[in-house]
Design a protein around this ligand. Structure first.
Ligand code: AMP
Length: 395
C-alpha cells in the first residue's frame, strides 16, 4: 500500500491547488498534438480536483527549451486540447511566475482550471532553485504531483516546491506506483520480465534488481548481443558494449545462482547494414556472419519467448526486441506485444519505446498498464527512490 498522501486525503474545496502534470507530448510545427495520451492520463486528477471545488493550477514542461522563452515549446496548444477534453475553458497564463500567472491565479473561481506556460522557460526549474520553487509555490496553497514521467527528476516543480506547501500525489502516480509496486513486491507468479532496447548499460540496475524478484527474464534487442558475446558467440557487426562483457558474464552467473531462468535469443535476424532496405536473413546464434549485424530476434526465439509469456501470470516489459522502427525488423517486437495482449495475466509496459511500440501496433488497450514514464519506470524497476514521490507528505 502506498504510504503517501493522495488527493483524496486532503481538503481542496476553495483552495488553489498547484498540480504538476506531465504534458510533455509530441507536438508538430503546426501546433498539432500527435499523441495526447499523457494529457488524457492526467484527466482523473484534474476532474476530481475541479469537481471537489478546487482552483486548479496546472504546471508542466514541454521539450527542452533550455531555460529560454521559445514559442516552439509553448504549452498554449495543450490548453486548447485540454479545454476540449474537459469541455470547459482552460485559462492559459502566458508566463510561469510572472504577472499574468499571478493575476490569473488570484482571479480563479472554484472549479476553474488554469495552465501555466512551460516551467522550463526558466533555467532555475531543472536546477531545482529554491527561490524559483518558493515563488512558484506562492501561486497556490497545496501541491499535487501527478507527473510520473518526471518523478525521477528533482526539479523545482516536481520536488523543490514541496518544501513550501502541503503535498499529495494524484491518481496517475498512485496507479503507477500501485501497479508496478505490486508486480514487484507481491506478484501473481510466475513473474516474467522482458528486457530489450539498445544498450545493456542503461538496464544494468534493472536487471540486477529484477534478478532478486522474477522467475524468468527474456533478453532481446541490441543488448542481447553483449550477453551472447559473454557466452563466447561471434556476434559479427551486432551492437556490442565491449566494456560490459564481464558484467554480462556476472549477471548470467547471478541468474544461475538465484535460479532465475535468463533466456537469450537462440536465433536472430541479421542484416548487411543498419537500414530497412538491405539484405537480411535468420540465422542461429552459432552462425552470425562476421559481416552482418543482428537487428531482431528470430522465429525460434519468438516461439520460445511467446511460450514463456503464455505461462506467466505477471509480465513486465521494457525495451523493443529489435529495430522496430524498420519494417523488416519489427517482427519480434510485434510478436511480444501480441502475446502480451493475449495474456490473461497482468501485463505491464514500462514506458518509453516499448510503450510507443505497443500503441503503434494497436495493442494499447489490451494491456493492464502502460507506464507514462520511460526513465521514471526504469528507475522504479531499478528499486530507486523517485525524488518527485519521496518529497510528498507521508500519510
Ligand atoms: P532503448 O531506448 O534502450 O529502449 O532502445 C530502443 C532502441 O533500441 C530502439 O530505437 C531500437 O531501434 C534499438 N534496438 C533494438 N534492437 C536493436 C538491435 N538489435 N540493434 C540496434 N539497435 C536496436
Amino acid at each position: 500500500m502506498l504510504n503517501k498522501m493522495t488527493v483524496e486525503d486532503i481538503q481542496v474545496k476553495g483552495k488553489k491547488v498547484l498540480v504538476r502534470v506531465d504534458f510533455n507530448v509530441p507536438i508538430d510545427k503546426g501546433g498539432h498534438i500527435n499523441d495526447d495520451r499523457r494529457i488524457r492520463e492526467a484527466l482523473p486528477t484534474i476532474k476530481y480536483l475541479k469537481n471537489s471545488g478546487a482552483k486548479v493550477i496546472l504546471m508542466s514542461h514541454l521539450g527542452r527549451p533550455k531555460g529560454k522563452v521559445n514559442p516552439e515549446f509553448s504549452l498554449k496548444p495543450i490548453a486548447e486540447s485540454l479545454s476540449a477534453l474537459l469541455d470547459q475553458k482552460v485559462i492559459f497564463a502566458e508566463d510561469v511566475i510572472g504577472k499574468d500567472a499571478f493575476l490569473k491565479a488570484e482571479a480563479l473561481k472554484d472549479g476553474e482550471v488554469m495552465l501555466l506556460e512551460n516551467v522550463r522557460f526558466h533555467g532555475e526549474e531543472e536546477k531545482n532553485d529554491k527561490v524559483f520553487a518558493k515563488k512558484l509555490s506562492s501561486l497556490g496553497e497545496i501541491f499535487v504531483n501527478d507527473a510520473f514521467g518526471t518523478a525521477h527528476r528533482a526539479h523545482a516543480s516536481t520536488a523543490g516546491i514541496a518544501d513550501y506547501l502541503p503535498s499529495a500525489v494524484g491518481f496517475l502516480i498512485k496507479k503507477e506506483l500501485e501497479v508496478m509496486g505490486n508486480a514487484l513486491s507481491n506478484p501473481e507468479r510466475p513473474l516474467l520480465a522482458i528486457l530489450g532496447g539498445a544498450k545493456v548499460s542503461d538496464k544494468i540496475g534493472v536487471i540486477e534488481n529484477l534478478l532478486d524478484k522474477v522467475d524468468s527474464i527474456l533478453i532481446g534487442g541490441g543488448m542481447a548481443f553483449t550477453f551472447l558475446k559473454a557466452q563466447k558467440y561471434d556476434i559479427g557487426e551486432s551492437l556490442l558494449e565491449d566494456d560490459k562483457v564481464e558484467l554480462a558474464k556476472s549477471l548470467l552467473q547471478k541468474a544461475i545462482d538465484k535460479k532465475v531462468a535468463l533466456i537469450l535469443p537462440m536465433d536472430v535476424v541479421v542484416a548487411k547494414e543498419f537500414k530497412n532496405d538491405t539484405e537480411f536473413k535468420v540465422v542461429t546464434k552459432e552462425n552470425i556472419p562476421a559481416d552482418m549485424m543482428g537487428l531482431d530476434i528470430g522465429e525460434e526465439t519468438i516461439k520460445v519467448f511467446t511460450n514463456e509469456i503464455r505461462k506467466a501470470k505477471t509480465i513486465i516489459w521494457n525495451g523493443p526486441m529489435g529495430v522496430f522502427e524498420m519494417n523488416n525488423f519489427n517482427k519480434g517486437t510485434y510478436a511480444i506485444a501480441k502475446a502480451m495482449a493475449e495474456s490473461k495475466g497482468t501485463t505491464i509496459i514500462g514506458g518509453g519505446d516499448s510503450a510507443s511500440a505497443v500503441e503503434q501496433l494497436g495493442f494499447g488497450d489490451k494491456m493492464t498498464h502502460i507506464s507514462t514514464g520511460g526513465g521514471a519506470s526504469l528507475e522504479f524497476l531499478e528499486g530507486k527512490i523517485l525524488p518527485g514521490i519521496n518529497v510528498i507528505n507521508d500519510k
